[in-house]
Design a protein around this ligand. Structure first.
Ligand code: PLP
Length: 395
C-alpha cells in the first residue's frame, strides 16, 4: 500500500506541527488545490502571509525578472530593490529608517536590541526591562520567546531573558504598575494574533503611547501579523492613529517570500553603528524586490478600502450566523483579521471546514482564525460563510 504524504512526512519531519491530512500542490487567487485536485478556499493565507493570494501576475513577473538578474548580495553591497523597498516602506510610515531581515522573530530581536542599546546610552545601563502582555506572541528565538506569554508553559526552555514583565492586555493600570526607572521598552501587538485575535482598544494603544512618552520608554509595535494591510491600513498603528517608536513587520510584507523588517525614527536608529547587528540574507535583492511589489500593491488606497469593506462584510455575516445558530459565542476582529469562538471543539471545526473545502487556522485555545488573502472579495466571503454555516449548523 502506498503511504500518504502525511505518513511520509511524519517519518522525516520533526513532530512540531500536527499536519493537515492533505498535501497542497498549487494555488490560484484565493484558492488552493491539493495533489488530488481538490479545491480549497484559502481563509488562512498561511497565517496572514499570502496577502496577494496565489499566482499574482505582477509579483510573479517581478520574481522571474529578479531571479534572472541576481538574487543575493551581502549587507555591505547595495542593490536597487533594497533601497527602493526601504524608501517605499518609509514613504508610508512615521519611521525614518529600516533594517531588513528574514522573519518576524528576527524583526522582534532587532527591536529589542535597538531598544536596549538606546536605553543604555540615553537612560542608564541598568535600564533593560521590557513590558509585554498576557496572551502575547512575538516569535520563537530567545528574545522574542522571552516576551511571549506562552513561555510560562514552556519552562523547559528556561532560562529566558531576564527583566521581562507581563502586564494585562487592554489594561493600562497594569502597565503603570510595572513601570520603573529600569523600564526600557513596551512591546505590544495592536491586534493579538496567536493569542486568539484580540484587538487592542484605541484607548489602550493611545494610552501606551502617552505612558511611553511620559517615561521615555521605547514603544515597540509588533505588526508582524496585524500589519501590511491586514487591518485595512498599511501599518497596524495607522488604524490606531499613533506613532510607535519601533515597528516590526514580516509575514504579509513578502506575500509568501520570507522577509521581515524593523523600522524606527532616527532618534532611535542612530544609536546603531556598523557591526552592532546584521544578517546574511536580510535585504537580499529577491526578497526586497518582492516586498516592494507587495507593498506597492497593498498601499494603494483602493486595495486597502477593499480590505476594510470585505472584512466588515465578513464580520457582519458571521454575526448574522451567530444570531441565527446560537453556536457562535463571539466574533472579534478588524479588517481581514477575524477570530470566531464557537461552541464546538476547534480542531473538529477546522477538520470539518477542510473537508468542506475551506482552509482556516486556530488562534488561542479555541478560536477559529480567518486571515484570508487581502484580495478576498464579497463573493469569497459569501462562499466562506456558506461553508462555515454548513459546519456550524451541523456540528
Ligand atoms: C505578532 C507576531 N510576532 C512575531 C511572530 C514571529 O514571526 P516568524 O514566525 O516569522 O518568526 C509572529 C508569527 O506568527 C506573530 O504573529
Amino acid at each position: 500500500m502506498t503511504q500518504s504524504w502525511k505518513e511520509r512526512a511524519e517519518n522525516v519531519i520533526m513532530p512540531l506541527y500536527p499536519h493537515r491530512d492533505i498535501c497542497l500542490e498549487r494555488g490560484d487567487g484565493c484558492y488552493l488545490y491539493d495533489t488530488d485536485g481538490k479545491q480549497y478556499l484559502d481563509c488562512a493565507a498561511s497565517i496572514a502571509v499570502s496577502s496577494l493570494g496565489h499566482g499574482n501576475t505582477e509579483y510573479t513577473k517581478a520574481a522571474i525578472d529578479q531571479l534572472q538578474k541576481f538574487i543575493m548580495c551581502d549587507g555591505y553591497t547595495l542593490s536597487e530593490p533594497k533601497v527602493e523597498c526601504a524608501e517605499l516602506l518609509i514613504e508610508h510610515c512615521c519611521a525614518e529608517q529600516v533594517f531588513f531581515c528574514n522573519s518576524g522573530a528576527e524583526a522582534v530581536e532587532g527591536c529589542l536590541k535597538l531598544a536596549r542599546k538606546w536605553a543604555h546610552f540615553n537612560k542608564s545601563p541598568d535600564c533593560k526591562e521590557i513590558i509585554a502582555f498576557d496572551c502575547s506572541f512575538h516569535g520563537r528565538t530567545y528574545g522574542a520567546a522571552s516576551c511571549t506569554y506562552k513561555r510560562k508553559k514552556q519552562d523547559y526552555y528556561a532560562p529566558y531573558l531576564p527583566g521581562i514583565h507581563f502586564a494585562e492586555f487592554n489594561n493600562l493600570d497594569s502597565v503603570k504598575a510595572l513601570i520603573s526607572d529600569k523600564t526600557c521598552a513596551v512591546i505590544v501587538e495592536p491586534v493579538q494574533g496567536e493569542g486568539g485575535i484580540r484587538p487592542a482598544t484605541n484607548d489602550f494603544i493611545q494610552g501606551l503611547r502617552d505612558l511611553c512618552t511620559e517615561h521615555d520608554i521605547v514603544l515597540i509595535s509588533d505588526e508582524i501579523q496585524a500589519g501590511m494591510g491586514r487591518l485595512g491600513t498599511l501599518y497596524a498603528h495607522d488604524y490606531y492613529d499613533v506613532e510607535p517608536d519601533l515597528i516590526a513587520i514580516a509575514k504579509g510584507m513578502g506575500a509568501g517570500f520570507p522577509i521581515g523588517a524593523f523600522l524606527g525614527k532616527k532618534k532611535f536608529t542612530s544609536v546603531f553603528s556598523a557591526g552592532d547587528h546584521g544578517t546574511t540574507y536580510g535585504g537580499n535583492p529577491l526578497g526586497t524586490r518582492l516586498a516592494y511589489e507587495t507593498v506597492k500593491q497593498i498601499s494603494d488606497p483602493a486595495f486597502l478600502k477593499n480590505v476594510t469593506e470585505t472584512g466588515n462584510y465578513l464580520i457582519e455575516g458571521l454575526n448574522k450566523l451567530k444570531s441565527e445558530t446560537n453556536s457562535i459565542e463571539e466574533v472579534r476582529g478588524i479588517g481581514l483579521m477575524i477570530g470566531v469562538d464557537t461552541a464546538y471543539d476547534i480542531k473538529t471545526v477546522l477538520n470539518d471546514l477542510l473537508e468542506g473545502g475551506l482552509i482556516a487556522t486556530q488562534a488561542g485555545d479555541k478560536s477559529l482564525r480567518l486571515t484570508p488573502p487581502l484580495i478576498f472579495t464579497k463573493d469569497h466571503v459569501d462562499e466562506a460563510l456558506n461553508k462555515i454555516g454548513h459546519v456550524i449548523r451541523k456540528s
